[in-house]
Design a binder for this molecule. Structure first.
Ligand code: NAD
Length: 248
């Protein structure tokens, strides 16, 4: 049986854990040849041991020269999945200029860097699917203590639509995924960092989803597989909410 991504190549950022990792495994199981990148070399080594079809490279998405070198080395991927991002916890009064700048650099400018680096070859090839990781916490929904995060993820949706408009006639599609709360290692860290009763903190994250649970990384990866595949050839410039009803 051939997979839905048979014969395609994929480049993924932040593939060491969480949604990026689950997506690397899902892409590989659908037949893609995957380059999984992350800043964490140990996490990548563990991933490479787990699946055939995945090669790894250490890449800091905040390093413009390294991103350009990665693109030069890998040519035109069929799929570019920009997954890197992090949560700054706090209101605008808790958010220093450094916090704000780091949030935009890691969550948004990283995508500016990778798209600028990979897009010329993708357009020259006349094909490709760019997938950007947004969040339902963005232009889609305001959430307490997520000011920098919500602003960056809204910017990701704007970036996605603008890139899609510029590339639609060149065979390249660009979409975003907007998840609700997903059970990943960094969510566990955020729950512990809040202090107090961990079970109580976890329940508060679960309560954000009317379906009554957290999402899984595999559920988000399934959306990425669809957007990467030829089944989504008519789909561009959209942000796909997958959130257990959080945005309702
Ligand atoms: P995670 O936060 O658990 O892991 C993030 C990965 O990013 C790690 O492997 C880390 O090493 C890597 N990373 C950090 N800085 C990097 C850098 N400078 N260069 C390259 N890699 C770097 O993963 P997650 O929770 O699945 O989140 C992945 C993406 O999904 C993020 O963009 C996040 O904002 C988004 N998202 C997550 C949730 C959620 O609830 N977990 C919800 C909506 C959106």
């Amino acid at each position: 049986m051939t997979g839905r991504l048979q014969g395609k190549t994929a480049f993924i950022t932040a593939a060491g854990q969480g949604i990026g990792r689950a997506t690397a495994l899902a892409f590989a199981s659908e037949g893609a040849r995957v380059v999984a990148s992350d800043i964490n070399g140990q996490a990548l080594a563990a991933l490479e041991r787990e699946a055939r079809g995945i090669s790894t490279m250490r890449l800091d998405v905040r390093d413009s020269a390294a991103v350009s070198a990665a693109a030069a080395a890998h040519g035109a991927p069929d799929i570019l999945f920009n997954c890197a991002g992090f949560v700054h916890q706090g209101t605008i009064l808790d958010c220093s200029e450094d916090n704000w700048d780091l949030s935009f650099d890691l969550n948004v400018k990283s995508m500016y860097r990778t798209i600028r680096a990979f897009l010329p070859a993708m357009m020259a090839a006349g094909r490709g699917s760019i997938i950007n990781m947004a969040s339902v916490v963005s232009s889609l929904k305001g959430v307490p203590s997520r000011v920098a995060y919500g602003a960056t993820k809204a910017a990701v949706i704007g970036l996605t639509k603008a890139v899609a408009a510029d590339t639609v006639a060149k065979g390249v599609r660009c979409n975003a995924i907007a998840p609700g709360t997903v059970d990943t290692p960094s969510l566990g860290e955020r729950i512990r960092a809040l202090g107090g009763d961990e079970a109580h903190n976890r329940s508060a994250f679960i309560a954000r989803q009317p379906v009554g649970r957290l999402g899984t990384a595999e559920e988000i990866a399934a959306m990425a597989v669809y957007l990467a595949s030829d089944e989504a050839a008519f789909v561009t410039g959209q942000a796909f909410i997958i959130d257990g009803g959080m945005a309702l």
